[in-house]
Design a protein around this ligand. Structure first.
Ligand code: KG4
Ligand code: ZN
Length: 334
């Protein structure tokens, strides 16, 4: 039978990304234009700057992806795009580009939820086996999601305040590390020791929810106290102690949930899945379970369009279609 190609666009935050996926699971091309350098000097993503960059990068990124693949838009079976959640001005650039391409070539259009994308990034590596759990840890999300079948997501736990990546970025800023802070803290943590006993927010018994704002405040207060007392704290040790707390809570709750729901697979997704401390803690914990642990390679952890194509392909094959009135939805529910 004929091969199926899905072209996907992702512009929800600070990466302009275009990818093509073949037959739901085969990555053909994955182009990501990062804006990190432009946002660095502001210590975070500036929405207005992000939108402008997306406008500049959209066409070149699309052309690069098509050139690399040797395919044309005529070869595509559908166009998928991230419709939310994310920055509204950023999302709009991708949504409008996808609508223009799909409309001009009369191709079906599919709207994709950004988090569904992060989860489906894993399917480019390994076929899903249900039921599965996904630990989604990114700059905007911290969720434990149960999937019993394709395209259906049950949130069994989520953050009540900051996302894990957000906590990393805020603590990094306090330590005057460049944006994005996650990778910086991850690097420092490997050079330090857990000398400070930071709190772990376990919340109520049996809860799979998370909370990181208390930890963030504890780090800030500890640094402040040290400064007042003239005590010298090594950044490496602060990073290692902070990371130990985050990793302990994330890996323990993921492990407990996997055991309770008796899932076949545990998927880790989102930018924080790149964290070396988290990866090794999960590997160690899951050795004791029959659950298969899937952690995507780094280029599939952070924002990309391959994951949107992977999720979009399944949605398309399940019959989902967006209309020409598809709009960016910054608060889209999963
Ligand atoms: O998924 P992502 O690329 O964008 C969102 O959808 O948010 O995640 C970005 C987040 C940032 O907060 C970044 O600091 C964090 O992922 N991150 C990390 C690491 N690499 C990226 N956090 C901890 N350790 C890392 N190695
Ligand atoms: Zn993301």
């Amino acid at each position: 039978s004929k091969d199926q190609y899905i072209l996907a666009i992702e512009t929800s935050c600070d990466e302009t990304a275009v990818a093509i996926v073949k037959n739901e699971r085969e990555l053909v091309t994955n182009v990501v234009a990062s804006q990190i350098e432009s946002h660095k000097r502001f210590g975070g993503v500036v929405p207005e700057i992000a939108s402008r960059h997306h406008i500049e990068q959209m066409t070149v990124t699309l052309e690069e992806a098509l050139d690399e693949s040797g395919l044309t838009i005529d070869d595509m079976d559908a166009v998928a795009v991230t419709e939310g959640p994310g920055l509204v001005g950023a999302l709009l650039v991708g949504v409008n580009a996808a609508k223009s391409i799909a409309f001009s070539k009369q191709k079906p259009l599919v709207g994709v939820h950004h988090i569904a994308g992060h989860i489906y990034a894993n399917r480019l590596e390994k076929e899903f086996e249900f039921p599965l759990l996904a630990l989604v840890v990114s700059g905007g999300h911290t969720e434990l999601i149960l999937m019993r079948e394709h395209g259906k997501f049950e949130i069994i736990g989520e953050t009540r305040d900051d996302a894990a990546g957000e906590a990393y970025d805020k603590v990094a800023r306090t330590l005057k590390l460049p944006y994005p802070g996650g990778p910086q803290i991850d690097r420092l943590a490997t050079e330090g020791k857990e000398t400070i006993d930071f709190p772990r927010a376990w919340l109520e018994d049996g809860s799979y929810d998370f909370s990181f704002s208390g930890l963030k405040s504890a780090v800030i207060n500890r640094l402040h106290n040290a400064k007042q007392k003239g005590e010298v704290l090594k950044d490496e040790d602060v990073a290692a102690s902070f990371q130990a707390s985050v990793v302990d809570v994330l890996s323990t709750k993921a492990y407990r949930a996997a055991a309770e729901y008796e899932v076949k697979q545990m998927i880790v997704a989102g930018g924080v899945a790149a964290n070396r401390g988290l990866r090794s803690a999960l590997v160690e914990k899951f050795e004791h379970l029959d659950t298969e642990l899937l952690i995507p390679p780094l280029h599939l952890c952070t924002d990309n369009a391959a994951m949107i194509a992977a999720a979009g392909a399944v949605a398309f094959n399940q019959g989902h279609r967006a209309g020409w009135d598809l709009n960016a939805n910054p608060g889209l529910d999963l």
